[in-house]
Design a protein around this ligand. Structure first.
Ligand code: HEM
Length: 400
C-alpha cells in the first residue's frame, strides 16, 4: 500500500509500462512541491530513505492534523486516519501486533501448499480454455482474490464486491466524490459486519485471529479494526494482481528468454520475483510521505520539525551506491541489498512475504505448465487500468 503525493510524470509518461518509468539520480534531500503546491522535502538515497522510514521522529499521523498538507480530500482508504498505516508509535504497534504473527515468513510458508494448489486449479482451468485468453481475468486477478478470501474465510459472493470496493479505495480522485463515499461506506459496513460475525462465530481465519488478538490487547477502537480489515482486502489482492499483471507484461513482452529458467524451479522463480518486485513499481505515485515531529538531520541536511518528507523508494531502489547494476540485467541474480519496494521500518509491508510467495508460485507454475506462452498483441496496444495508486493492464491476451 503506497501513499504518495507528488506525481511522477506528464501525461505521455503516465502511459509508459511501469518497468520503463524513468527515475532520476538520487542525491541529498531537496526541496520540492506537493501536488497542492505546499512545500516538502524529497529524500531519494537508499540510506536516507531507510532512515526516514525507520526513524520515530518521522510519522504519518501528523499528516492529518489541521496544519498538515492538503492531502486529497476524497474519503479513500489510504487517507483514512484510522488505517494501520496512518498510526504512529505505540498506537500503531498495538494495532500491528494483532496481525503481525499471521504474516511472518514462517506462517506464510505453511500456506504455501494450498496457495500452490489454487495456482494449479487456475492453470487447469486455463488449459481447458481455447487460446487466446485474457491472463489478467483468468489468472492474475482470481489468484490473489482466492488467496485473501481463503485467509479471511470469505465466500465467492463477497469477491465481486471486494473488487468493486478496492477500485474505489485506491481512487486518486478520478471518480465523483459521492460515488467514492458511497462505496467506502458500504465497504466499512462490510468490514464491521465481518468483524461482528467472527466475534459471534470464530473460525481459524485472519479476521477471527484479529478479533481474538484485539480483545486480548484491549482498548483498540473498532474503527481501526474495520479499517484494518478493509486494508487487508485491498492490499491483499489489488497490489498482488497489479504486480503479477505487470510482471507478465514485462516478461512475456521483453524477456521471453527468462521463461525456461522460471520453469526450472521455485527457488529461481523466487529470485526473479524479488527482482521484479524491486524493479517494477506498483503505480505512478512517487514515494511515501511522512512528517517530522522534531528537527532531524538526514543525509547531512537539516529538516525542521513540521516538515513534510516524501521518501522515494523507487529512486532509492536505483541508488548506484547500493545497487551498482541495472535491476533487470540478470533477472536470476539475488538482490544486492533488501529492496525498499515494501517500505522499511515500523510500517514495513505486512503482506510482503505473502505477495512474494504468490508471485513466485504463480510465475513458476505458469512457466512450467505453459512453456510456449506468449502475448497475442503488441505491447504498444495495452490499455491501462488507471485512476488508482496502482496501474496495470486492463487485459493481456496470451496464447500458447
Ligand atoms: C506487490 C505487492 C505489494 C507491495 C509492492 C506492497 C507495498 C507496501 C509498502 C511500500 C508499504 C509501506 C508503505 C509505507 O511505509 O509508506 C506497505 C504497507 C502495508 N501493506 Fe503492502 N504491498 C504489497 C502487498 C500487500 C499484501 C498482499 C498485503 C496484505 C495481505 C499488504 C498489506 C499491507 C499493510 C496492512 C501495510 C501497512 C503496514 C503498517 O502500516 O504497519 N500489502 N505495502
Amino acid at each position: 500500500m503506497s501513499a504518495a503525493v507528488s506525481d511522477n510524470a506528464g501525461p505521455e509518461q503516465a502511459l509508459l509500462p511501469l518497468h520503463r518509468l524513468e527515475f532520476g539520480v538520487p542525491g541529498p534531500p531537496e526541496r520540492v512541491e506537493l501536488s497542492d503546491g505546499s512545500p516538502a522535502w524529497l529524500v531519494s538515497r537508499y540510506a536516507d530513505v531507510r532512515q526516514v522510514l525507520g526513524d520515530s521522529r518521522f510519522g504519518r499521523a501528523g499528516l492529518y492534523t489541521p496544519d498538515g498538507p492538503s492531502l486529497p480530500d476524497q474519503p479513500v482508504l489510504v487517507n483514512d486516519p484510522d488505517l494501520l498505516f496512518n498510526q504512529d508509535g505505540p498506537e500503531h504497534l498495538r494495532l500491528r501486533r494483532t496481525m503481525h504473527r499471521a504474516f511472518t515468513p514462517r506462517a506464510v510458508a505453511r500456506w504455501q501448499p494450498w496457495i500452490a494448489a489454487i495456482v494449479g486449479q487456475l492453470l487447469d482451468e486455463l488449459a481447458r480454455r481455447e487460446a487466446p485468453v485474457d491472463i489478467v481475468a483468468e489468472f492474475a486477478l482470481p489468484l490473489p482474490v482466492a488467496v485473501i478470501s481463503r485467509l479471511m474465510g470469505l465466500d465467492a459472493s463477497a469477491r465481486e464486491r471486494m473488487r468493486h470496493w478496492s477500485e474505489y479505495a485506491l481512487s486518486d480522485g478520478s471518480w465523483p466524490a459521492e460515488e467514492v463515499g458511497a462505496a467506502m461506506a458500504e465497504f466499512s459496513a462490510f468490514g464491521g459486519e465481518l468483524l461482528a460475525l467472527r466475534r459471534r462465530e470464530p473460525g481459524d481465519d485472519l479476521v477471527s485471529g484479529l478479533v481474538h488478538a484485539a480483545d486480548e490487547e484491549g482498548g483498540i477502537p473498532e474503527a481501526q479494526l474495520v479499517s484494518l480489515v478493509c486494508g487487508l482486502v485491498v492490499g491483499g489482492h489489488d497490489s498482488t494482481m497489479t504486480m503479477l499483471s505487470n510482471s507478465l507484461f514485462y516478461l512475456l513482452g521483453e524477456r521471453p528468454e527468462s521463461w525456461p529458467g522460471l520453469a526450472s524451479g521455485e527457488e529461481a522463480a523466487g529470485r526473479l520475483a524479488d527482482r521484479l518486485l524491486h524493479g517494477i513499481p506498483l503505480g505512478d505515485d512517487r514515494g511515501t510521505t511522512r512528517r517530522a515531529h522534531e528537527d532531524v538531520e538526514v543525509g547531512g541536511v537539516f529538516i525542521p520539525a513540521g516538515a513534510v518528507v516524501v521518501a522515494d523508494c523507487g529512486m532509492a531502489n536505483r541508488d548506484p551506491a547500493v545497487f551498482p547494476s541495472e535491476w533487470s540485467e540478470d533477472l536470476f541474480a539475488p538482490l544486492e541489498s533488501p529492496t525498499l519496494s515494501f517500505g522499511a521500518g515500523p510500517h514495513y509491508c505486512l503482506g510482503a512475504w505473502l505477495a512474494r510467495t504468490e508471485l513466485q508460485l504463480a510465475l513458476h507454475h505458469l512457466a512450467a505448465r505453459f512453456p510456449g506462452l506468449r502475448l497475442t498483441e503488441p505491447a504498444s496496444s495495452v490499455q491501462w487500468r488507471l485512476g488508482s495508486t496502482s496501474r496495470g493492464p486492463v487485459r493481456l491476451g496470451v496464447t500458447w
